[in-house]
Design a protein around this ligand. Structure first.
Ligand SMILES: NC(=O)C1=CN([C@@H]2O[C@H](COP(=O)(O)OP(=O)(O)OC[C@H]3O[C@@H](n4cnc5c(N)ncnc54)[C@H](OP(=O)(O)O)[C@@H]3O)[C@@H](O)[C@H]2O)C=CC1
Ligand SMILES: O=C(O)C1=N[C@H](C(=O)O)C[C@H](O)C1
Length: 234
């Protein structure tokens, strides 16, 4: 993703690529060259230190790295409270189709008794479940709670641990890894006599670039924390 983002920024006439930073490189290069925005696609282990450093330096940040829980977001809000002019956009998924898939899933959630998420990714992905799946599960759980829905019905005894997937806020999430896949997700809803499946497929990492560039262009005018790119879309 880092290389893909550098290519996209380099190709954009209104943006200038001033530094590329990999593991082991000094972050100081970024401030030395006067970067206005840093884009982070690293790992859940590395991202918090990178973010903290950038905020301290007064540099705006766009983050695509997964692994953001509500606790992590609160830590970022805390850092930003000392740097009121700095903007941070953290998005679980920059693909426009994926953003809509999450919105549609949150909308459908109140009407269906059952729901499960199946995310599918390339086998080099280091984390599971995906940030997109975790975020979708939380949105669905929130929508169900607001609609007064109780627990998803499930009488299964988990005879083999993991057979029923991970439980995120009461929503089962299943992670598939297979060569040939890029990034895909299905949200399966069920109620009496019918199911609804909402599916999104990223076939190429180019699908994330318009959303990343939109966030890069927007973040200097958006101090504070923005989660997701929904509010940036026209
Ligand atoms: N929000 C979105 O739309 C998307 C999010 N993602 C997420 O982005 C993240 C990266 O994905 P992907 O590019 O596929 O993963 P990769 O493993 O291919 O790339 C991660 C890169 O980060 C480097 N890295 C690790 N630690 C640091 C550090 N401290 N400073 C600088 N660089 C570091 C790694 O270096 P090394 O190889 O030396 O370890 C590696 O080059 C994942 O969390 C993924 O889920 C991915 C696609 C879209
Ligand atoms: O690692 C990936 O590839 C992706 N990661 C993000 C996630 O964890 O949701 C976004 C997209 O699914 C691609």
């Amino acid at each position: 993703m880092g290389i893909e983002v550098c290519r996209a920024v380099d190709a954009a006439e209104d943006l200038e690529l001033v530094a590329m930073v990999d593991q082991g490189d000094w972050l100081f290069n970024v401030s030395d060259v006067g970067a206005e925005v840093v884009v982070d696609f690293t790992t859940p282990d590395a991202v918090m230190d990178n973010l903290h450093w950038c905020i301290e330096q007064g540099i705006n940040v766009v983050v695509g790295t997964s692994g953001f829980t509500e606790q992590r977001l609160d830590r970022v809000r805390g850092w930003l409270s000392h740097k009121p002019g700095v903007g941070v956009v953290i998005a679980p998924n920059f693909g426009i189709g994926a953003v809509l898939m999450m919105q549609f899933a949150a909308k459908a959630a109140r009407y269906f008794e059952s729901v499960e998420i199946v995310e599918q990714h390339h086998p080099k992905k280091v984390d599971a479940p995906s940030g997109t799946a975790a975020h979708t599960a939380r949105l669905i759980a929130q929508a169900r709670a607001e609609a007064g829905r109780g627990a998803v019905p499930d009488a299964t005894t988990d005879e083999v641990p993991g057979a029923r997937g991970a439980d995120i806020d009461g929503v089962r999430v299943h992670a598939v890894r297979a060569t040939g896949l890029v990034a895909h997700q299905e949200v399966l809803f069920g109620t009496t006599g019918e199911t609804l499946t909402i599916r999104h497929d990223s076939y190429d990492r180019a699908s994330f670039m318009p959303g990343v560039l939109l966030a890069v262009r927007s973040v200097p005018q958006r101090p504070g924390l923005t989660v997701g790119i929904d509010s940036l879309l026209g």
